[in-house]
Design a protein around this ligand. Sequence first.
Ligand SMILES: [Zn+2]
Length: 179
Amino acid sequence: MANYSISIVPMIENYPQREKKAEEILLWLSLIGAIKTDVSDCTLGKMGYAVAEGAKKIVEFPEELPFDLPICGLEVFTESHIFTSGEKELSTVICPTCKGDIREYFDTQVHLWESTNNFNICCPLCGAIHPIHAFHYEPIWGFSNLGFKFWNWTDFTYQFIEEFEQKLGCDVRVVYEHL
Ligand SMILES: [Zn+2]
């Protein structure tokens, strides 16, 4: 079976006190029993926190949770990261000001963003300057120095995503990645 992931990414590129917030979220998720408290080798990235029984209450299809898979954990990111859909490139990037498609330009800017933490992108067509999240892009990607990647989990409930947004104090992007 191919692995996939669902990431919850704050729509804040440079999240303040991200390490502290990551700990808060981990504590919350372990208190509701959604993840195991000990780290283990349960993601395709770093060490993570494996799925636990309480996760059944926060997803739409509890029977699809990866209890019988080795790759079943939550991986936490606290460094600038591009959460992609699995595709190497975006197919469309629309400037919110001039509505022009700046995809080709955006590709290089995105990688610059990751290496320099330069949060604003200037549209080459109209000169408007916007944070990276303000552009409309397809497929959906996320850009932040904080993010929560759930490996092989299934769709979260709307209520859970809302609660996650309350805990983070901002809107989130939910990014589906297929490997
Ligand atoms: Zn523009």
